[in-house]
Each structure stands twice: as structure tokens, then as C-alpha cells.
Design a protein around this ligand. Structure first.
Ligand SMILES: *Cc1c(COP(=O)(O)O)cnc(C)c1O
Length: 249
């Protein structure tokens, strides 16, 4: 059968199997590294699928989802409301680079913004959050791999930025996020993850007021097991869950 002709039940069965595989591989990585799976949060990267699939994930127990674009998240959020306008109780994460003109919408919609990477952006977020009477929960993105990447702070820029953020009342910094270069082999990510974790431990040691290192957002489909072994507590997972599932991306 063509994937597009699959029934909702077929799709749900497939999602269930993919989720089971993900969970058992996380479990095995936890056993190898002496960690508890309870300490690892999975946020499903839903950019690949439309709202109907997100609803099925919800029915399978998923409560945290991440999107890369504010408008796409907004569209899916609206489509998932029930007829009386009540939103599905999901927690939305912003994974992508945030544009300054989207900050207000982002603060309305997202529980956690993963990729804060410039002082200019943080000033915009701070002012907007204060005007809305809330604190923006954010992670700071660090470019720890040697490859030239578009986004993420250089390592030496992290502590100075955190010190700038420390007195800002519109902020609650909850940790760090990193991306690894695309690779078929997960092992090249290991030293990157290890170093990333060391950076967060250094920051903890320095102790910057109002800055918490609660989350290490690292690990995707290509390298989540290595990420677990190296101390990740927030995995951003997409592709592995959407094998044989109709996709929009
Ligand atoms: C798409 C995406 C993910 C998930 O990647 P998969 O390889 O599909 O698991 C994680 N983080 C970010 C920032 C992404 O854009």
C-alpha cells in the first residue's frame, strides 16, 4: 500500500513501534552508562509531519514537541485545538533559530526556546518578555563542533553572554543546546558532547546568579545513544519516529 493510503490505525501502529524502538535503545544506552531513563526528556521534532500525526503522538503519550519555525508551530497548534477552541495539552519547544520579529509570537507559544545565540536577540527577548509580564525560558546554543556552522555561540562567548543575561529580569536560562554535524556514524559526536558537558560543568562551577544548568539539549536521531552515554538529559528526536509515516518534509 502507498503510505498516503495507510489508515490512521496503520500509522498509529507504525508510530507505536518506532517509539518502542526509540525507548528500548535509550534504555540500553542508559544501562551501558549507569543512568536512569527517568532523567532523560524526549522532545519530538515534529517539523516533518502534519498536525494529524502530532495528535496520534499525543494519543501515544507524547507531551513535548519541538518545531523549527514559529509560523509552522502556530499553524499546527491552531489545527490541534478542539471544536470549542481548547488547545491540546502539549508543551511546545522552539528548536530553530529565532528571528527578532517573531519573538513575541514565540514567547506566547513556546515553553522553552532552545537556540538563543546572540546578545541582540537576547535584548529583544528580554524586553518582550518584560512587556508580557513573563520570564522567557531559554537555552543558549553553543557551536562546539569544529565545523563552521551558521548558528551558535563560540565557546569563549558563552560565559560573557550568560553574565549579560544574569541580571535580565525577563529571562530564565535553563541550560545549553548544541547541534552536531550531520553524520552516518554517531561516534564523531562523542567528543563534541563530552566537551559540551564539560562547558556546562565549568559554568556550574563559576556559579552565575540566575543561570541554571538544568538541561543539556543534545542528541538527535543520528547520535542519541552517544548523547545519553555522554550525559544528555534532553534529546531532540525526529526522523527515527517517522519511518514509514506520511511526512510533509
Ligand atoms: C530536525 C531537528 C532535530 C531532530 O533531528 P532528527 O535527526 O530528525 O532526529 C533536532 N534538533 C533540531 C534543531 C532540528 O532541526
Amino acid at each position: 500500500m502507498e503510505p498516503s493510503l495507510k489508515t490512521e490505525l496503520d500509522i498509529k501502529e507504525t508510530l507505536r513501534r518506532n517509539l518502542e524502538e526509540l525507548n528500548s535503545r535509550i534504555m540500553a544506552a542508559c544501562v551501558r552508562s549507569g543512568r536512569s531513563p527517568n532523567d532523560i526528556k524526549i522532545v519530538v521534532s515534529t517539523k516533518y509531519v502534519d498536525h494529524d500525526i502530532i495528535r496520534q503522538l499525543f494519543e501515544l503519550g507524547i507531551r513535548e514537541v519541538g518545531e523549527n519555525r514559529v509560523q509552522e508551530a502556530q499553524r499546527k497548534y491552531e489545527a490541534l485545538k478542539d471544536p470549542s477552541g481548547v488547545a491540546l495539552p502539549l508543551s511546545w519547544h522552539m528548536f530553530g533559530h529565532l528571528q527578532r520579529n517573531k519573538v513575541k509570537k514565540a514567547l506566547q507559544l513556546f515553553e522553552l526556546i532552545h537556540a538563543v545565540d546572540s546578545l541582540r536577540l537576547t535584548q529583544e527577548i528580554n524586553e518582550t518578555a518584560l512587556a508580557m509580564g513573563k520570564k522567557a525560558k531559554v537555552l543558549v546554543e553553543v557551536n562546539v563542533s569544529q565545523e563552521p556552522q551558521k548558528y551558535g555561540l563560540k565557546e569563549e562567548e558563552v560565559v560573557p553572554l550568560l553574565k549579560e543575561l544574569s541580571p535580565m529580569k525577563g529571562f530564565q536560562v535553563l541550560g545549553l543546546m548544541c547541534m552536531t554535524p550531520i553524520s552516518q556514524d554517531p561516534e564523531p559526536s562523542r567528543p563534541i558532547f563530552r566537551h559540551f558537558r564539560e562547558i556546562s560543568e565549568e559554568i556550574n562551577k563559576i556559579g552565575i546568579e540566575n543561570i541554571e544548568m538544568k538541561y543539556l539539549s543534545m542528541g538527535m536521531t543520528q547520535d542519541f545513544e552517544v548523547a545519553v552515554e555522554e550525559g544528555s538529559n534532553l534529546l531532540r528526536i525526529g526522523s527515527i519516529l517517522f519511518r514509514d509515516v506520511p511526512r510533509i518534509l
